[in-house]
Design a protein around this ligand. Structure first.
Ligand code: AMP
Length: 418
């Protein structure tokens, strides 16, 4: 299947070919024709599946030959939970629309709203926004929703998790009833289904995720470790595997700051990214991480959501997430677009139950990684798990290869009870 066969015209296919997209991903194959047929959509797709192009490309196709918007008008609105995701989607719109005469803007909080207000006054065809700033600027009279044709709620499950349900409902009341609504969510929870039932019109349902499963090409490991040894273990793993470009997840903003400071003290180039950081600090940290200036980006779930970092070789769960679904989101950060990757979880005694819950949720057992010098003072309750040993630090890695443990370096042992 080609992008042209899905109904996209030359200016668009040329732009994406230039970006190296040779064929549509499964979510794109399913979504693009449905969106072009003006259907509402309830789509399950995790970050990394190509979901942004799945809705942006058909939107461009639908709008490309229409008359331009007048003052304050918009035709397509893409709402996202985080500023980073909003900025990334708008950057994608820019890339995909390079041969089209469509105007697009992005608005989000944490930065001065005046330039955003001004930009909206002339109208634009595609607006990407976070909810708070969107409602704010609407109230200030910067946006006219009357010509809106398409609404995308991206990462809707995350918006609900963040407590945005009332804002979403408020927004939906402001929009024309005659519109196409596309709801993208990593999973279809009960709340998502309720939202869809209330606001979508006979939606096509698409599920591009393997049922509650993490990406197949991600190798997943965990190490049991006493809580106070976690930082040392992380430092050891970073050095042992000569990791660069690791995204490390902590549960709290405070934890992210503390860990970053400890890594910096150990001369490991690290930065934290979370909601308490200014937008500038977040952009700077992300740019440093992408350029290789920073090796370790320490993030909370919310801040990490939607970060588009190509070919991220590994992620580390410094803390396991409380919600098993979040583990799947985190893992979605690595092994993207066909690349392989690995995920490491540092599991302290208080998190063993969460580990269990995650394995049940993903219907898969994580590999147990033993690291020399880090023997936990507790054990996992009797269960079947594979054990891998990382006793032999690797030397002189070739920088061009993905930084993850090579199988040959590990002695895989099948658990006796498996
Ligand atoms: P997303 O799921 O939208 O975050 O996209 C994940 C990554 O896949 C982004 O870096 C996209 O640029 C890339 N991508 C999206 N569609 C394709 C495609 N059809 N072929 C190759 N890469 C793609």
């Amino acid at each position: 299947m080609t992008f042209a066969e899905l109904g996209l015209s030359k200016p668009i296919t040329e732009a994406i070919t230039k970006l190296g997209y040779s064929q549509p991903t499964p979510i794109q194959e399913q979504s693009i024709p449905a969106i072009l047929l003006h259907q509402d959509l309830l789509a399950a797709a995790q970050t990394g599946t190509g979901k942004t192009a799945a809705f942006v490309l058909p939107i461009l196709e639908k709008l490309r030959q229409q008359t331009p918007c007048q003052s304050k008008e918009i035709k397509a609105l893409i709402v996202t939970p985080t500023r980073e995701l909003a900025a990334q989607i708008d950057a994608n719109v820019q890339d995909y629309a390079t041969h089209l005469k469509l105007r697009h803007h992005v608005i989000f909080g944490g930065v001065n709203s005046k330039p955003q207000f001004k930009a909206l006054l002339s109208g634009c065809e595609i607006l990407t926004a976070t909810l708070g700033r969107l409602l704010d600027l609407y109230q200030q009279g910067a946006i006219d929703f009357s010509k809106l044709q398409i609404l995308v709620l991206d990462e809707a499950d995350r918006m609900l998790d963040m407590g945005f349900i009332h804002d979403i409902k408020r927004l939906l009341k402001l929009l024309p009833k005659q519109r196409q609504t596309l709801l993208f969510s990593a999973t279809f929870s009960k709340d998502i289904r309720q939202l869809a039932q209330q606001f979508l019109n006979k939606p096509s349902e698409i599920n591009a995720n393997p049922e509650n499963q993490t990406a197949r090409q991600v190798e997943q490991f965990y190490t049991l470790v006493d809580y106070e040894q976690k930082t040392d273990l992380l430092k050891q793993l970073i050095r042992q595997f000569q990791w660069q470009q690791v995204l490390v997840f902590t549960r709290t903003k405070h934890g992210a700051n503390r860990l970053t400071q400890k890594l910096e003290r150990a001369k490991i180039k690290a930065a934290a990214i979370h909601g308490n950081k200014s937008q500038n600090a977040r952009v700077k940290a992300l740019a440093g991480f992408k350029s290789g200036e920073i090796d370790i980006l320490v993030a909370t779930d919310i801040a990490a959501r939607g970060l588009d970092i190509k070919q991220l070789p590994q992620i580390v769960n410094f803390d396991l997430p409380n919600v098993a679904e979040d583990y799947v989101h985190r893992i979605g950060r690595t092994g993207r677009a066909g690349e392989s990757g690995s995920a490491y979880s540092l599991v302290s005694e208080d998190q063993v139950e969460q580990l269990q819950a995650i394995e049940t949720f993903i219907k898969e057992r994580l590999n147990h990684l033993e690291v020399e010098g880090f023997k936990a003072s507790f054990a996992r309750p009797k269960s079947s798990h594979k054990t891998t040993s990382a006793r032999h630090p690797r030397q002189g890695r070739n920088n061009s290869t993905p930084r993850r443990p090579r199988q040959s370096r590990f002695a895989h042992r099948k658990n006796e009870q498996a």
